[in-house]
Design a protein around this ligand. Structure first.
Ligand code: CMC
Length: 383
């Protein structure tokens, strides 16, 4: 009591906690993981190295990375109970719903959290990061009526995921593009799913249950679900020649264009730039360029038209280009958001481990706007 209770709808601008995992520099269109720009990591690093960096807070030595890779690779097989939960899902279920249940099932045999045992918590995170990729591939194959491809311990995280998804070893170029896409999605400070993970974990709930909650948050179209919606939008537009008119109409009717806008960025999302660069290289090798062309026109028209208005702060975000990239890798649109989770699970885990070093339950206040002196009315007198 006696505290100044600030109110900010959607918690905009509220500093909810401290973190050193990542920072979004919205005005400059910059994203750093523990100080290093994502452009540099995308160019020089691998997903595995970034996961280590994110979890442990320092870059691994060669030996540390080899040991870490071995641990990731040998945790890929799913427990039977998780397989059973996946098998019980109807094929019509959205894969994010199945994934949320599958990750919750990873908690069936998880020990209660010991905040002081950071080492055990990190090893648990590594297991979940490893198994989540297998779960996404298995869920996708079940939906497509295909048998599961067991994980392969000789392959990197990206290669093995594509292998389990498609049933064939990916070529080196596509595996590297996918690896970079995983790096780009790894973390993004206090986005909605990370915040959800932190809220749940702040109660000292198990890691798997906190991550399961984050998957629920990620599934929404305003967050990770936008990548699937962008491709739905492109398919709805139908052909590049309809794209400009479609955008003009969307602006006129104040319809949201998926893959655009952000709470923090006031310029181009740096992840969108890197993704577009890779997409352009990949699209040049493919005969069907229509989805890319449609989205390119949506992109250019949005920037040009909004640039003439007071909404010139609305720019493309990470979800605008990622789906087109995945489509060129023969991945179904419905699997795009689960793939976001394949990467972001490392960010969620890193935030939780960081937070548990000095944990305090998240419990904000509400601005109550209801009546304060209402009386109970007997049911027979109610209308
Ligand atoms: N298309 C058209 N107008 C937009 C868009 C958009 N994509 N995004 C925001 N606006 C408008 C919005 O309608 C509002 O207008 P008005 O002031 O007239 O009511 C104004 O811009 C401010 O938007 P806001 O909704 O207050 O912004 P927010 O910070 O609350 O929401 C957002 C951010 C990302 C949820 C929102 O921009 C949005 O819904 N974008 C589309 C979905 C999307 O691409 N989500 C992915 C987000 S980034 C990666 C991720 O998290 O997965």
């Amino acid at each position: 009591m006696g505290e100044d209770l600030g109110f900010s709808k959607g918690l905009a601008g509220v500093v909810a906690d401290a973190t050193s995992v990542s920072q979004v520099q919205g005005e400059d269109g910059r994203l750093i993981y523990r100080g290093i720009s994502i452009e540099e990591l995308a160019e020089k690093s691998t997903y595995e190295e970034c996961v280590y960096f994110s979890l442990y807070g320092k870059m691994p030595t060669k030996n540390q990375l080899t040991k870490f890779n071995t641990e990731l690779r040998h945790n890929r097989v799913l427990p039977k109970a998780v397989e059973a939960v996946i098998a019980a899902a109807p094929r019509s279920a959205h894969p994010m719903a199945v994934l949320q249940a599958a990750v919750a099932a990873m908690g069936f045999d998880e020990q209660p959290v010991n905040l002081k045992n950071e080492d055990a918590n990190i090893h648990n995170a590594i297991k979940i990061i490893s198994q989540l990729a297998t779960a996404v591939a298995h869920i996708s194959r079940d939906r497509r009526g295909l048998s599961h491809i067991p994980p392969n311990t000789e392959m990197s995280h990206a290669e093995n995921f594509l292998y389990m998804l498609h049933g064939k070893v990916p070529n080196k170029e596509e595996a590297r593009i996918f690896d970079v896409a995983l790096i780009l999605h790894l973390d993004h400070d206090f986005n909605a799913s990370t915040f959800s993970a932190r809220v749940v974990a702040s109660t000292e709930a198990k890691l798997s249950l906190s991550i399961s909650a984050a998957i629920g948050a990620l599934s929404g179209p305003l967050h990770g679900g936008a990548n699937e919606k962008v491709l739905e939008m492109a398919d709805g537009i139908g052909a590049p020649e309809h794209a400009k008119e479609w955008v003009l109409n969307a602006i006129a009717t104040k319809a949201k264009v998926m893959g655009f806008g952000h709470r923090v960025y006031r310029t181009m999302d740096p992840r969108a730039k890197v993704l577009r660069g890779m997409l352009e290289k990949l699209v040049a090798t493919k005969s069907d360029k229509s989805t890319y062309e449609t989205l390119r026109i949506v992109h250019d028209t949005m920037i040009e038209e909004l640039g003439k208005t007071s909404k010139d702060y609305i720019w493309p975000n990470v979800d605008f280009w990622s789906g087109s990239l995945y489509r060129l890798m023969d991945i179904d649109s419905i699997d795009f958001t689960p793939i976001f989770a394949v990467s972001r699970v490392a960010g969620w885990s890193s935030h939780i481990i960081e937070m548990w070093r000095d944990n305090r339950i998240y419990r904000p206040s509400a601005k109550y706007v209801g009546p304060t002196d209402a009386k109970y009315q007997d049911i027979k007198n109610r209308k």
